[in-house]
Ligand binder design. Structure first.
Ligand SMILES: NC(=O)c1ccc[n+]([C@@H]2O[C@H](COP(=O)([O-])OP(=O)(O)OC[C@H]3O[C@@H](n4cnc5c(N)ncnc54)[C@H](O)[C@@H]3O)[C@@H](O)[C@H]2O)c1
Length: 340
């Protein structure tokens, strides 16, 4: 296994990121929590907890199942919890590990693109609660993250695209242009999920995420929140469309809206706007979701973020890798989301 990064997080805790090179023995000895889709990649290892798949399962009851199974299995404080699956499994395994005997050990093996590039680093754990996403959780960085790119081969096209939306976001947030160029130059191989190409893409994408979280591990300085580029527009779209749009598709759409808003306010330079919109369209993220009821959409934004005087703060781009936080009025938002 090749160690690629060592990331320093909250409280000086370190997460080591490895890329598995072979399907043999890439999973440490430990208490494996997975779901019924991801478990096919365990390669003969027996899971300790298998949960049903999906965001609906991200709740107390699943965490209760993990904790009670851990107790029955006799796990101690120095035992290793291994989350093996998409973001839902990883967030819950992390949460369970963080509260088990006041904190056990944790390793994460992501098996969706979204979780590889977005949900393993940074220490956020949690569950959905009372209808709100991730309302209960902890900061608990894993001691190791193991990326096994071949697991992505069985991911549905929809889930793969959902992760790609976050990768495109990282390309715009990066302080250099390597990921941007890489995506422009390797579109077909990225879409075909070529092993070497996606390995490189994930590394470049993780570098961007790391550069933001290391400077602001607990999201207190306003640096890490830039990773939410496109997300305020996107969360409102997801809620407006009753979750009929995947998270990454929404993020790509929201990024376009953020770029349009930035151009309208004279913040985002035309060349970055042009290049970003062309990258989004190259990857087929140019869906025009019709927002017929703007008031309903805008009120969904209000629910997502704190509003003051009818305005909400959004991440906009002053340039490649240069995010800024700006308030947008209802009129600005309406302009940003109407393509025609
Ligand atoms: N902790 C963080 O920093 C962070 C960041 C971003 C997202 N998240 C969380 O991650 C979750 C979304 O993650 P996700 O998109 O991975 O969703 P997910 O975990 O629901 O996985 C999506 C689907 O893919 C299936 N699946 C997983 N691996 C597979 C494989 N290799 N082959 C076939 N099917 C497979 C799952 O069973 C599920 O049906 C959300 O709950 C979100 O809040 C957390």
């Amino acid at each position: 296994m090749e160690k690629i990064f060592s990331v320093t997080l909250a409280g000086g805790k370190k997460t080591d990121v490895f890329f598995a090179s072979s399907r043999d023995s890439f999973i440490d000895d430990g208490f494996i929590v997975t779901d019924s889709n991801a478990m096919q990649h365990l390669g003969g290892r027996r899971p300790d907890v298998v949960l049903p798949p999906g965001e609906n399962e991200k709740n107390w009851s699943s965490v209760d199942t993990i904790l009670s199974s851990a107790l029955s299995a006799g796990l101690a404080r120095d035992s290793l919890f291994i989350g093996f699956g998409g973001g839902v499994i990883l967030d819950m395994t992390g949460f369970a590990a963080s509260v088990y005997m006041r904190g056990a050990r944790l390793s994460l093996i992501p098996t969706t693109l979204l979780s590889m590039v977005d949900a393993t680093l940074g220490g956020k754990t949690g569950i959905d609660y009372c209808g709100g996403k991730n309302l209960v959780g902890t900061f608990f960085p894993a001691e190791s993250v193991i990326i096994a790119p071949w697991t992505l081969k069985t991911l549905s096209g929809k889930e793969y695209r959902s992760g790609l939306g976050e990768v495109l976001k990282h390309a715009v947030l990066s302080s250099d242009e390597r990921l941007f160029h890489f995506l422009e130059e390797n579109r077909d191989a990225v879409i075909a999920r070529d092993d070497d190409i996606i390995t490189e893409m994930i590394k470049l994408s993780l570098e961007v995420k790391i550069s933001y979280i290391e400077r602001d591990p607990e999201e207190k300085k306003g640096i890490r929140s830039a990773l939410n580029l496109g997300h305020t527009f996107s969360h409102a779209l997801e809620s407006y469309m009753d979750y009929g749009v995947s998270h990454g598709e929404g993020v790509a759409w929201g990024m376009e809206a953020a770029i349009r808003a930035g151009v309208a306010l004279g913040i985002t330079p035309d060349d970055l706007a042009k290049r970003t919109l062309s990258l989004l369209s190259m990857y087929g993220y140019d869906e025009d979701y019709a927002i017929d009821d703007f008031d309903a959409y805008f009120s969904a934004i209000g629910k997502d973020k704190k509003k003051s005087n009818g305005t909400v703060k959004f991440i906009l781009m002053e340039g490649q890798g240069r995010p800024v936080l700006r308030e947008l009025s209802g009129k600005d938002v309406m302009h940003a989301i109407s393509k025609s």
